[in-house]
Every structure is written in C-alpha cells, then in structure tokens.
Design a binder for this molecule. Structure first.
Ligand code: SF4
Length: 64
C-alpha cells in the first residue's frame, strides 16, 4: 500500500493526530506528508481509517 496526500489537504492535522507514525504535518508546505513510501502492513488499517476520516478527502490510497 502506498499513500499520497493530494492538494486538497486543508491542514487540520487529523491524520497526524490519529497516526503520527505515518503522517506528519509539514509547517512549510502547510499540508500533511507521509513518512513511508510503502506503508508497513501493521499500519494499513489505521491508514484506511485516516483516509476515511479525512474531511478533505485528501488521503489517496494506492493498493498494490
Ligand atoms: S486529515 Fe486530511 S485534510 Fe487533515 S491534515 Fe490529514 S490529509 Fe490534510
């Protein structure tokens, strides 16, 4: 699984609050970023929840 944050990110930091191991808020870009190129399998469920909960629909999941 890979994750992309789109330009729609509104920077409310819900994702990094939910899972700081994967998501990080970039103060310069004013948007969330993803720490992993490939999401470790034990974090996939929480990433799916973050994507579902993202109010801006900015977390795009690419299943492989
Ligand atoms: S939850 Fe969505 S809108 Fe909020 S910071 Fe994360 S990616 Fe951006």
């Amino acid at each position: 699984m890979k994750v992309v944050i789109t330009d729609q990110c509104m920077g409310d930091r819900n994702c990094s609050t939910l899972c700081a191991e994967v998501f990080e808020y970039d103060e310069d870009q004013l948007r969330a970023t993803v720490k992993y190129d490939e999401i470790p399998s034990h974090l996939e469920d929480i990433v799916r929840k973050a994507a579902k909960d993202c109010g801006a629909d900015a977390i795009e999941i690419i299943e492989e």
